[in-house]
Ligand binder design. Structure first.
Ligand SMILES: Cc1ncc(COP(=O)(O)O)c(C=O)c1O
Length: 392
C-alpha cells in the first residue's frame, strides 16, 4: 500500500513495536550514552530492526546441539551462495572461487597486501567508508584518491581524475558498491568505465558489495562488477556478507571473498593465514537461513527502509541549511551541513541528543552521515532533535 511518502510500503507495521536499544550493549547506542542526556545512536552501520524469525529459529536449533566445537561450512552453504549469485545477478560463480572470511573489512587489507608491494598505489573514491581511505596507509601503499562530486541529485566519481592518475603501479582499486556513505548503486556505464580503466593498467578491483541486497530504488539493480565479463571477472575480488541486509553484524564473523584467479586466491589466502579467525557455527546457521528462507523478510525490510528514506529526504529538504542527495541504496544518508550555520555540527547535534557519524572520518568535513536503519518513530525523533538543534 502506498504510504504518504509515495513508497510502496507493504506493511508499515512490520517492525512494530520498536525494540529498546538503550542499555543493550549496542555500540551504536553506548558510545555516546550519557547520564545527563538521552542520545539516539544514528551512526555506525547496523540496524535497530529485529532480524527474521527464521534466522532466530535457525540459531536456536543450532544452540540445541549444545556442542560448539570448530566448524566447517555446512554442505548446503556454497551451493546456496552459487544459487543466490545466479538468481540475483545471472553470475555463475565456481564453487572453488569462494573464500570464507570472518569479516569484509579484513579482506580489504588482505587484498591490498597481496597485490604488488609496499609503495604501490591503492586507489579508492573519496569520500568513502573510512577503511577505504586507510587501507593504503596500513598496508604501506600510497593512497590515490578519486573524488566524488554531486550532480543531478546524485554522487558521481570523477572518472577524468581516475583516468589521469591510474597507472600500472596502481595495483588495487577498492570499489564500494553500493556506496557507503554516498548511497549510490553504480550503473552499468559507471562500472564499465571503472572496469576498462583498471583493465588497461592491470589494476585488480577489490569490490566490497556488502550492501548489495539493500537497493531501495525499484528501477535500479545491483550489478557485481565482476559479472560484467570474464576478463574483468579474472581481475576481481568480490566481497559480500549477509550481515548488513539481514542485520547480523553482532552475530559476527562470516563473509565471503569471491576470487576467480587461482594465483590471486592463493596469495590472498596466504595473507589471511593465521590472521583471519574461523567462522562460527551460529554465523553459518544465520547466513544459510537468511539466503534460504528470508527473501520475504528482505523485501519487507527494503520497503520499510524506502519509507524511512522518503520521509528523511522530504524532511531534510524542508530544513534550511541542510541538504542531501537521493539515497538509491543502503540505509545511510550523507547530509550536507556546510550551510547549517553551526560551528561544529557533529557536536551540536550530539548535544541535542543525536549521535551521527562525523564526515571528516570519511573524507568530507562538510557532511555528516545519518543511519536511518531504525524504527520510523526513532527517525522522527532524530529529525525533531535536529530541527531543535538548528533553531536553538
Ligand atoms: C561498505 C562496508 N564494508 C564493510 C563493512 C563492515 O563489514 P564487516 O563487519 O564484515 O567487516 C561495512 C560496515 O559498515 C560497510 O559499510
Amino acid at each position: 500500500m502506498p504510504d504518504s511518502f509515495g513508497s510502496s510500503l507493504s506493511n508499515p507495521t512490520f517492525f512494530d513495536p520498536p525494540i529498546e536499544r538503550r542499555g543493550s550493549d549496542s555500540v551504536k547506542w553506548t558510545k555516546y550514552a550519557s547520564s545527563e542526556q538521552d542520545v539516539i545512536g544514528a551512526w555506525v552501520a547496523d540496524m535497530d530492526l529485529p532480524t527474521a524469525d527464521e534466522i532466530i529459529n535457525a540459531i536456536k536449533t543450532r544452540l540445541d546441539e549444545r556442542v560448539f566445537g570448530y566448524t566447517v561450512a555446512p554442505d548446503a552453504f556454497i551451493p546456496l551462495l552459487q544459487e543466490q549469485m545466479q538468481r540475483k545477478y545471472a553470475w555463475r560463480v565456481e564453487s572453488d572461487w569462494f573464500v570464507v572470511q570472518p569479516g569484509v573489512v579484513p579482506s580489504l587489507f588482505f587484498a591490498s597486501n597481496c597485490l604488488g608491494k609496499p609503495g604501490d598505489g591503492v586507489m579508492a573514491a573519496r569520500p568513502n567508508y573510512h577503511y577505504f581511505l586507510e587501507t593504503a596507509h596500513y598496508t604501506d601503499r600510497v593512497y590515490q584518491p578519486v573524488d566524488c562530486h554531486s550532480a543531478n541529485d546524485r554522487w558521481e566519481m570523477d572518472f577524468q581524475q581516475m583516468a589521469d592518475t591510474i597507472s600500472p603501479q596502481t595495483k588495487t582499486f577498492l570499489l564500494c558498491n553500493p556506496f557507503n556513505p554516498l548511497g549510490r548503486v553504480l550503473d552499468q556505464q559507471e562500472l564499465e568505465t571503472i572496469a576498462s580503466l583498471c583493465l588497461k593498467t592491470g589494476t585488480m578491483i577489490c569490490a566490497d558489495e556488502i550492501h548489495a541486497d539493500l537497493v531501495l530504488d525499484q528501477d535500479k539493480q545491483h550489478i557485481p562488477i565482476a559479472s560484467l565479463d570474464p576478463e574483468i571477472e579474472r581481475q576481481s575480488i568480490t566481497l559480500f556478507s549477509a550481515a548488513k541486509a539481514y542485520n547480523l553484524p553482532g552475530i559476527g564473523g562470516l563473509s565471503l571473498a569471491i576470487i576467480p584467479d587461482p594465483d590471486i586466491r592463493a596469495a590472498f589466502q596466504k595473507r589471511a593465514y593465521g590472521v583471519a579467525t574461523h567462522s562460527g557455527a551460529l554465523a553459518y546457521a544465520a547466513t544459510i537461513s537468511a539466503y534460504r528462507d528470508c527473501e520475504y523478510w528482505l523485501q519487507e525490510t527494503i520497503a520499510y527502509l524506502r519509507g524511512n528514506r522518503d520521509y528523511l529526504e522530504a524532511e531534510i529538504a524542508a530544513i534550511q541549511g541542510l541538504s542531501m542527495n537521493h539515497v538509491e541504496a543502503t540505509f545511510l544518508a550523507w547530509i550536507n551541513v556546510e550551510n547549517s550555520g553551526l560551528e561544529d555540527p557533529f557536536d551540536t547535534f550530539l548535544k541535542h541528543g543525536v549521535a551521527l557519524s562525523a564526515g571528516n572520518e570519511m573524507g568530507s568535513s562538510a557532511h555528516l552521515r545519518l543511519n536511518f536503519g531504525c524504527h520510523r518513530s526513532t527517525l522522527e525523533e532524530i529529525v525533531k532533535r535536529m530541527r531543535q538543534a538548528l533553531s536553538s
